[in-house]
Structures are given as C-alpha cells and as structure tokens.
Design a protein around this ligand. Structure first.
Ligand SMILES: [Zn+2]
Length: 405
C-alpha cells in the first residue's frame, strides 16, 4: 500500500476538533485536549481559523447528510454561496468531494448538482488492543464500515514484544487496504496521554510506551492512540446514535468508562477520566482487589469476578447479576447526578450484562437520583458489539484528519 501524505491532514490540523492525530513531522504537542473542543463543528468562527473550520463544516454537512447541492450546504452552514463554491472546489481538487449527479427538480431552470464526500477515496486502519487474548484490527471505510479484519494472538507477550505485535498487526492491515489510508487509529487499555504515549497499561507491561510515535515512524502515516473506553464512547456517539451527554462503561477483564459531555470527550487532569474500576463501592467490605483495596467496583462487576460468583452453587445467577448491577448503580449515581447525563451505555459480554445486571443498574441509579432531573435516564447495551473500539478509532481518525464525525 502506497502511504498517503495528504495535504488535507496537515492543513486541517490546527482546527481539527479531536486533535489527537498529528502529522508525523509535527514536534509540538497537539492542542485542544484539556480545553475541550466539540467533536463536530457546528457554527461559523471568526477570521483567522475561518478557512480550515469552514472546510470542516462543509465536510461535516456532506458526511452526515450526503447528496447536497452547494446551495443546500450554504443554507445549512450559514456560509455564503461564494465561500461554499470556493471550498468545494478545493475539496474536489483534493479528491475528498465528488459530484454525484443532478437533483431531479420539477422547477424550471438548471437542476442543482449534488455533492458528496468520496467515501471510497480513503480507508482507515483501526486497532483494538483491549481484548484479553488477542490484538484485533480492521480496515474501515469512511463510514466506519469494516472491510477487512485481522487478528494476532497475544500469547502472553508483554512490553516491547507486545509493541512489536501491534506493528505486525498494522502491517497486515495496511497490506489489505485497497485505497490510500487516511490514518491509523489505536484503542489501548490503560492511561494514554494526548501525545499517544501509553503512560500505564499494567496488563501489557507498558509504562510510558510511545506507541503513537513508534507507529508513525514505522509506517509514515498519521496515527492517533487513545484509551479503549474513550474510543468506545466516540463510536457510540458517531455510529450508535447516542446523545452528546453520555457515559460508556466497558466491562471486561477490568472496568473502565468513557465520558462525553456536550459532545466533548473528557480527559481529566491526569488523562484518567472514566477510570472507575478501582473506586470502592459501599462501606460494607467486599472482596480484595488486585490493587490492594477491598470492594473496588471491579471486584463486583469485572467478567472474571462475575464468572467466579456465578460458579458458586450457593447463589442464583439472578442474585449475582442483580447485586453486580446494584454496585454499578451505586458507583454511577453520583456521576449521573453531578454531570446530568441522559444516557449510560454498557459494553461487554452480553450474556452477563444484558439482563438483570443492566436492569438493576438502572433501578439503583433511579433510586439514588432526582426524578425531576434524572428520571429519563436510559441504561442500555451498545449495539456496536465487539467492534465498538475498532470503530471508535475510525471516529478519531476521521475527526482529526477531516474534522468530521
Ligand atoms: Zn482495585
């Protein structure tokens, strides 16, 4: 696969909303993390950043609506028709936008020419490092549809060996891409800083692992690396029709969460927003956690703990799952209350979290919050299944590379 070095990415970088992705030649840290920027451009801005921002507005309009005329775009963005025509001309020259035909229009006069993003012009490589036994990845189109997959067993690799395995997986996926690659997205367990360094991922033996820099150097492509739960919440927002005020809880080997507020991903002061697994739930003890504390959320709801409890003949499955949901609800209620969330989405093994656990979570949060403010809270399972992290990495690449989501 011929690497792509598009002017589109570097010219977009200063205004891109999700600025985790930087060009490989960039040495300054990306901006815009802790200040929080909306994922989707929604309004005109003042001159200075105007051209790049307006370019993203046009792309976003086409990305979400498709089949629009220049006049349609002008109406929905508030830009002048002259500005829209100028931006569209540039985007067509870059190969990002194409004319798709003419609108059938009974009115007299010249019919409008319809435009769309050329959804086949580029592909994305997305990688999910969060599964217990294997690294998984896919080639995706610009709509987030998975075109090809690859998977490599982890076989207890750690540290440098695990990092090498990521490179091998990316290499295989790039070989399977059939169009220029817009960028590489990676969802990693652990705490990831804005430069794409994994500060800490104990299960993989990573500490200050410069994953993004290593991949960018190896493949000469733009790379974005984020925590897997953060990637997942972006997928739910981008492809799962979730609102912009959302908490996504991932239940697996551990428990983590991604938080989106007003469409902005929250990172927290130490980039650890959403790390709720080792928050103690309740004051009545519980099991000892691997972190040393007693009664952490993980000891109640992480998959291995649930499976161990379900194997206990003295307890019914309903009891085990309802109690896990109750503990999760106790942990979530203050978050829902403080942030005014309207949705909590659960991601994990559906046979464990889909029934009594989710119901008990919702009932517990309801009983501990104010009906007036939180009565319409929804707790549901993601519909994106096991591909949620991979598809979330595509959202990151799209947002950083094109300013769309
Ligand atoms: Zn713990």
């Amino acid at each position: 696969m011929e690497p792509l070095r598009p002017a589109t990415i570097s010219s977009c970088a200063p205004v891109c909303s999700y600025a985790l992705l930087t060009n490989v030649t960039t040495t300054t840290p990306p901006r815009g993390f802790t200040s929080g920027r909306a994922l989707r451009p929604s309004a005109k801005v003042l001159p200075g950043h105007a051209r790049g921002h307006n370019r993203s507005l046009v792309l976003q309009t086409l990305y979400r609506a498709g089949g629009q005329s220049r006049a349609d775009i002008a109406r929905s963005t508030g830009l002048t028709r002259v500005t829209v025509s100028d931006l569209v001309g540039g985007l067509m020259a870059e190969g990002l936008v194409i004319e798709t035909g003419q609108r059938e229009d009974p009115r007299p006069g010249k019919p409008a020419t319809l435009l769309d993003i050329d959804r086949g012009a580029f592909q994305i490589v997305g990688v999910d490092l969060s599964a217990h036994a294997a690294f998984r990845g896919a080639v995706l189109d610009l709509d987030g549809t998975i075109l090809a997959r690859a998977e490599l067993p982890l076989e207890s690799r750690r540290a440098a060996d695990a990092a090498e395995l990521v490179q091998e997986l990316v290499r295989r996926l790039l070989d399977r891409a059939t169009a220029p690659v817009l960028g590489i997205g990676v969802g990693s367990p652990g705490v990831v800083d804005p430069s794409g360094t994994v500060l800490s991922a104990p299960n993989l033996g990573w500490e200050d692992e410069p994953l993004r820099d290593a991949l960018a150097t190896a493949f000469d492509l733009p790379v974005v690396v984020a925590n897997d739960a953060n990637a997942a919440v972006l997928a739910e927002h981008g492809f799962g029709d979730a609102s912009g005020d959302l908490m996504l809880v991932r239940i697996g080997h551990g428990v983590g969460a991604g938080l989106l507020l007003g469409g902005v991903l929250l990172f927290g002061s130490r980039f650890s927003a959403g790390e709720i697994g080792h928050v103690v739930v309740g004051t009545d003890g519980g099991e000892r956690c691997m972190c040393g504390k007693v009664g952490c959320l993980e000891t109640w709801v992480a998959t291995p703990r649930l499976e161990a409890q379900l194997a206990d003949p003295a307890r019914t499955p309903e009891d085990v799952l309802a109690e896990a949901g109750r503990r999760l609800g106790i942990a979530l209620a203050p978050v829902v209350g403080a942030l005014g969330l309207s949705e909590v989405v659960l991601s994990g093994p559906e046979d464990l979290i889909g029934g009594a656990l989710a119901e008990s979570t919702l009932a517990t949060v309801r009983s501990r919050t104010t009906p007036e403010f939180h009565g319409d809270l929804a707790v549901r399972l993601t519909r994106l299944g096991d591909d949620i992290v991979t598809r979330g990495t595509a959202v990151m690449v799209l947002s950083a590379g094109l300013g769309v989501s």
